[in-house]
Design a binder for this molecule. Structure first.
Ligand code: NAP
Length: 332
């Protein structure tokens, strides 16, 4: 198992005698149709920034800074996260990073409440101001709004794409029917990404769109890839899971499902121990094998190190097959 970047085992002495970090393992990239910029294979999600108190902001900045320092380049935010606070903090940290972080891949989202053409434009302009950038690499429709014709939203996005304010257009939480309707609003541009909830335990949203996305070269970005930390081994000690974690985890933590999910998570942890890999390696590389790019929520600098270390270890296909079966509840 690769020790985390920055840990004593991975630091070496520089010429001046001071310790300097060993190069981090590369994250790699995945194809992004119609874009000249590479889409990193693993990302940092900044949703949680919005829920933190001002005292946590220093830790948040340190997390983004550390993630960038060790090689993360894809940062996922949204205008709705903390009412713009997440975008503002991200912009601040990246501007101060070495070289202005010009090699970062910044994605943000227009809220489902702002999908009328004039609102989309105004939202993007405000996001760019908060981020301190002239353009974003990827702009996603956060979720569909059944009251707004999606083709009008998409036509506006295409206009912004032609102006160079958006590198690629994406959507989030879209079904196949919604993807088809959205595509009708585009002439020259294309939908490059659909970001959906996807992890070993929670496949309901992703499975129905896998074939369509593959056939239309739409990259699936997997959010909640660690099942809110469960697939990193969190919350398996029998203690009460904090309401904060339960509230935003869809149905995994509801009383009718939780005992089964915990039992299977413990089985997965045993599988990881047997295979001598981190549990998170299994969770992340199972998604990678499904053709999805995971975006992980991180709230502490050391989480960036440990998630990158997990990514650096690829479990065998046999282990991933077994994990797939355990998570599905297949006893065979
Ligand atoms: N498009 C959408 O509608 C949508 C919806 C939800 C999320 N997202 C995006 O997806 C991102 C990730 O989703 P998520 O935050 O729901 O779920 P997640 O990535 O499955 O879980 C994130 C949580 O897991 C814990 N964690 C992460 N790394 C860890 C580590 N190395 N060791 C121990 N614990 C670790 C942290 O908990 P603590 O903070 O408690 O330490 C973190 O907040 C979000 O930040 C957001 O960018 C998008």
């Amino acid at each position: 198992m690769t020790p985390p970047a920055g840990s004593p085992a991975r630091t070496r002495r520089g010429k001046a005698g001071g310790a300097r970090p060993a190069p981090s393992p590369p994250i790699g990239s995945v194809p992004l149709a119609g874009s000249t910029k590479a889409h990193p294979a693993l990302g940092v999600g900044l949703w949680a920034l919005g829920r933190w108190s001002p005292e946590d902001e220093a830790r948040t900045k340190a997390t983004i800074g550390r993630a960038y320092e060790i090689g993360f380049r894809w940062f996922d935010t949204a205008e709705v996260y903390g009412n713009g606070r997440s975008e503002r903090l991200l912009g601040e940290v990246l501007r101060r990073a070495a070289g202005g972080a010009s090699d970062s891949f910044v994605a943000t989202k227009v809220s489902w409440e702002h999908l009328r053409p004039a609102q989309v434009r105004a939202s993007l302009i405000s996001s760019l101001e908060r981020l301190g950038r002239h353009a974003v690499d990827l702009y996603l429709v956060h979720a569909p709004d059944p009251h707004v014709p999606i083709d009008e939203t998409m036509a506006t996005l295409e206009g912004l794409w032609k102006e160079g304010k958006i590198g690629a257009i994406g959507v989030s939480n879209f079904s196949v029917e919604e993807l088809e309707a959205a595509t009708k609003g585009l002439r020259e541009a294309r939908i490059a990404v659909n970001q959906v909830r996807y992890n070993l335990f929670d496949r309901d949203e992703a499975e129905p769109i896998l074939g369509y996305c593959r056939d239309h070269q739409i990259l699936i970005e997997a959010y909640t890839p660690l099942a809110r930390g469960l697939l990193h081994g969190r919350h398996l000690d029998g203690k009460r899971i904090p309401a904060e974690v339960r509230r935003f985890a869809h149905r995994l933590f509801e009383p009718d499902r939780l005992p089964t999910v915990l039992e299977r998570a413990r089985e997965l942890r045993s599988l990881a121990d047997e295979a001598k890999v981190p549990l998170a390696s299994i969770a992340l590389h199972w998604l990678e094998r499904q053709g999805a790019a995971p975006v992980i929520g991180m709230s502490r600098p050391e989480q960036a190190d440990s998630n990158l270390a997990a990514w650096a270890v690829r479990p065998s296909d046999r282990v991933l097959d077994r994990a797939d079966a355990i998570a599905r509840g297949d006893r065979a």
